[in-house]
Write a protein that binds this ligand. Structure first.
Ligand SMILES: Cc1ncc(COP(=O)(O)O)c(C=O)c1O
Length: 449
């Protein structure tokens, strides 16, 4: 490894970072995270902080899970790579597909298609949805519905169903035939509706209206996150996903549950759809599938979807896939991660620590006027919407958010900013004392706005 001076001089010189301005990052280089242990990260200056971001909603097992590290190392020795394109496979891929389908069996998932991450999983699901309808004799079903504020990655398909315009505008035109419904976001919505159950009904009515306008027979799938993550941790009413399921069923539209964040225990249940009592037709996963230790995703399909492909003639072949689909090292990471996820019962800890975090944030909202809205309470996902004025709901400016972020970090917790939202998704192994550290650090940070 090069010395400190080299790293500082070269920081952001040759690396274009995702989700950042290259010139701004050359001006103010990003913090170098050097190491991590348990749920804490340490930077190049030697400062440590509890990672309330969980890497990027993904390090569910924390940074020190030796079983997953050993599984990856062992697989590298046995078989570092081999293709899974039809004709060859590898033992870890077979085991991983069994493990993932077993993990989500209660959600009705029956087959897994491995990818290298969440964006891949989303695009895979969208493509398979179109092919499903084509195989079913409805090739005109090509359109997609999704929610504003939804985040579904940055490939062309995912960006097209994405509901946050900063990920879209610079890259337009996107895929034609994608239409967006209002988000179940009670703090700001076009209906001026603050009651979550009524808002859910209004969005359902808007969906029916859009389906009637487009023609149900032209729509392939509706994709949604059970709890919207990157859009600001937007928790819908408990009725919402069931309403969406019912409308999709009535119109022959596939329901894709984007579980890239919510899968594997984050909501306090093993999947977000299960949290709301819904069985989707497809699930998209990544992140917690390897706790972020190796880039893997998986698109899962139900028996109904699988049956159509497997019962079809030559057109049932899947002409889609990635060099690293079912990568042996990634698959070994999946097998070990799922075992550890279940052994440590991460969903139960997420539920308990999520309650603690939410109650702590409620207490902070009583003391800090700049907290306009506070969201979470369903496992370890939480969001604070920061405003400069509660009455007018004016979003806090970027400089104020940067001050909060820096002061929180100095006080011992790394949080994530999403515009004027503070987003939290700590590792699911986090302890009571570590949640308290996050809350205390945030208290300091909010005072620095
Ligand atoms: C719900 C959801 N879908 C898809 C993605 C894209 O995943 P990736 O960044 O691994 O491509 C993300 C990433 O945060 C996500 O939160």
């Amino acid at each position: 490894m090069k010395d400190d001076n080299f790293l500082k001089e070269e920081n952001a010189r040759h690396l274009w970072h995702p989700m950042g301005h290259p010139a701004a990052l050359r001006e103010t280089p990003p913090r170098i995270i050097r190491s991590a242990q348990g749920v804490s990260i340490t930077d190049q200056e030697g400062h440590s902080a509890v990672d309330a971001v969980g890497g990027l909603w993904c390090v569910n097992l924390g940074y020190s899970n030796q079983k997953v590290k050993d599984a990856i190392a062992a697989q590298l020795q046995d078989l570092p790579y081999y293709s899974a394109f039809a004709g060859t496979t590898n033992p870890s891929a077979i085991e991983a597909s069994h493990a993932v389908c077993e993990f989500f069996a209660e959600d009705g998932m029956a087959r897994a298609f491995f990818t290298s991450g969440g964006s891949d999983s989303v695009d895979t699901a969208l493509r398979l949805a179109r092919q499903y309808h084509r195989l079913n004799g409805a090739p005109q079903r090509t359109k997609f519905l999704s929610l504003k504020k939804g985040y579904h990655g940055t490939h062309w398909g995912g960006a097209s169903v994405n509901g946050n315009n900063r990920f879209r505008i610079g890259y337009e035109p996107l895929l034609p035939g994608c239409f967006h419904l209002p988000s179940p976001y009670t703090y700001r919505n076009p209906f001026d509706e603050t009651d979550p159950a009524t808002l859910a009904q209004k969005i359902a009515a808007a969906m029916e209206d859009e389906i009637a306008f487009q023609g149900a027979e032209t729509i392939a799938a509706f994709i949604m996150e059970p709890i919207q993550g990157a859009g600001g941790v937007i928790v819908p009413d408990a009725s919402f996903m069931k309403l969406m399921r019912e409308i999709c069923d009535r119109h022959g539209i596939l329901l894709i549950s984007d579980e890239v964040i919510t899968g594997f225990g984050r909501t306090g249940h093993w999947s977000g759809a299960r949290h709301w009592g819904v069985k989707p037709d497809m699930m998209t996963t990544a992140k917690g599938i390897t706790s972020g230790y190796y880039p893997v995703g998986a698109t899962l399909v139900s028996d109904k979807v699988a049956g159509v492909f497997e019962g079809a003639g030559a057109e049932g072949a899947i002409w889609h896939g990635y060099t690293y689909s079912a990568h042996p090292v990634g698959a070994a990471a999946v097998v070990a991660t799922l075992k550890e996820t279940l052994r440590l019962d991460l969903a139960s800890n997420a539920a308990a620590r999520g309650d603690q975090l939410f109650k702590g944030l409620q207490a902070l909202a009583e003391r800090h006027e700049i907290i306009g809205d506070m969201r979470g309470g369903h496992g370890l996902m939480a969001g604070l919407e920061i405003v400069s004025d509660r009455g007018s709901k004016t979003p806090m400016d970027a400089a104020g958010m940067a001050r909060i972020h820096a002061a929180t970090y100095e006080a011992g917790a790394m949080v994530r900013l999403g515009m004027h939202n503070i987003l939290m998704s700590p590792p699911l192994v986090i302890t009571e004392a570590e949640i308290d550290t996050i809350l205390t650090a945030l208290d300091t940070g909010l005072a620095a706005a």
